[in-house]
Design a protein around this ligand. Structure first.
Ligand code: CTP
Length: 398
């Protein structure tokens, strides 16, 4: 299948189970590079994995490698997916804090491919709030975590902590390596970022929107096979490949493009922080400081179009519309009002004052509210994961 998976094994008794997984992957023509910590080597001999994978097994940062000039970088560059299984409490802590003091942890830090982490340990260790916090941190960075199974553990305790069956880990690997195309054939328009309204030729008003959420949605929708139109206000982010990209300045320009495409869309997602007001009369020349010494400047603002409301008013039968509600108080109540007034199918509400939510950061804490009244609260997640969850919901509705 032309893909390379890194299997990082850390020092837990379940390390031996990874032999079966490596063998399964190899049978499917997936190239496997096994990396083992010192602890893992105490449970199972690297020779087993060398034989099964047919490749050098990485165990030591300082040993000269025959395959790679700079071992940890060379390995990281080859990977389409990195799997850490079993992941011990110690290794989770190292990953959550970016420690890089052996071959596997340096590969984790150098790696840019998706990461799947499969913790396995004693139940009390797994339930320890510090371990749970580390797991949350890894999730917030966009790492994929598998829950351990429950059952009789090697330490004699019965509870949560067993490494999941290798078939389950294998399935998860395949899903991540060959992402779904469940949005194929659908046209999805997303808006993103802030909008800007000129005051004069050198000044303008904008807001804290950066485009992170909207760009994540566009990227995920495109990866899942949709034809994507991304309309964004000024942003430093790079538009994802294979997306029809419109860079606009103000709310009116954004609105015009979106109204034009609305009839051909299957889904519209309003992730932009659209400015509600613009300057009533933009000055043709640079405005000068007032001479009247009042120390005040009064700008008159007039309403911008409410883009989602306009789109919602002319919504055709098969169109799914999703909006965001950025709130600082009465989150659910305010979000419900927007859901109805903009004729949306569901709204993604977030309290932008919460730590880990809102503008210019990589995570968000959101609640989905459907027009059917269903409310689903999601934990703190990376914006990429929020985008995936929104598109799961969209796919369900489609
Ligand atoms: N929105 C829009 N056009 C506007 C303002 C907002 O399309 N002029 C969209 C946003 O993209 C978002 C949703 O409407 O999906 C809610 O935006 P938000 O800023 O939370 O609310 P507003 O409708 O602007 O209301 P308020 O500022 O009073 O909270």
């Amino acid at each position: 299948m032309g893909k390379t998976v890194g299997i990082g094994i850390t020092g837990g008794i379940a390390a031996y189970k990874m032999a079966d997984l490596v063998s399964k992957l190899k049978k499917d023509d997936i190239d496997v590079i096994v990396l083992m910590t010192e602890g893992a080597c105490k449970f199972i001999n690297p020779l087993t994995f060398k034989t099964l994978s047919g490749r050098e097994v990485g165990t030591d940062l300082w040993t000269e490698s025959l395959e790679w000039k700079v071992q940890h970088i060379g390995i990281a560059e080859e990977l389409d997916l990195l799997v850490i299984a079993p992941a011990t409490a110690n290794f989770l802590a190292k990953m959550a804090h970016g420690l890089a003091d052996d071959l596997l942890s340096t590969v984790v830090v150098a790696n840019t491919a998706p990461v799947l982490v499969v913790p396995s340990m004693n139940t009390n260790m797994y339930n320890n709030p510090i371990v749970q916090d580390n797991i949350k941190t890894l999730k917030s960075y966009g790492y994929h975590l598998m829950d351990p199974d429950s059952g009789l553990l090697a330490c004699g305790v019965t509870g949560k902590g067993r490494l999941p069956e290798s078939d389950d880990i294998y399935q998860q690997i395949i899903t991540l390596l060959f992402p779904r195309k469940d949005l194929a054939g659908k046209k999805i328009m997303v808006n993103a970022g802030t909008t800007c309204e000129d005051i004069d030729p050198v000044r303008f008003i904008c807001n804290r929107g950066t485009g992170k959420m909207g760009f994540a949605l566009a990227r995920e929708a495109s990866q899942r096979g949709a034809e994507v139109i991304l309309v964004s206000g000024p942003s430093t982010l790079e538009a994802p490949p294979d997306v029809k990209f419109y860079s606009v300045w103000n709310a009116q320009e954004m609105c015009d493009i979106m109204l034009e495409y609305e009839p051909v869309c299957d889904v519209i997602i309003g992730a932009a922080a659209v400015g509600d007001f613009k300057i009533a009369k933009v000055a043709e020349q640079k405005m000068k400081k007032t001479d009247d010494r009042s120390g005040r400047l009064i700008l008159e603002l007039v309403e911008n179009p409410d883009i989602l409301k306009e789109l919602g008013a002319r919504k055709h039968d098969n169109l799914i519309m999703v909006g965001f509600a950025a709130e600082t108080e009465n989150v659910l109540e305010n979000a419900c009002k927007k859901l109805t007034s903009k004729n949306l199918d569901f709204i993604v509400a977030n309290d932008v004052t919460m730590e880990g939510a809102g503008f210019a950061i990589d995570t968000n804490i959101v609640t989905f509210i459907s027009k059917t009244g269903e409310v689903k609260k999601l934990p703190k997640m990376s914006k990429d994961m929020v985008a995936a969850a929104i598109l799961d919901k969209v796919a369900e509705l489609l």
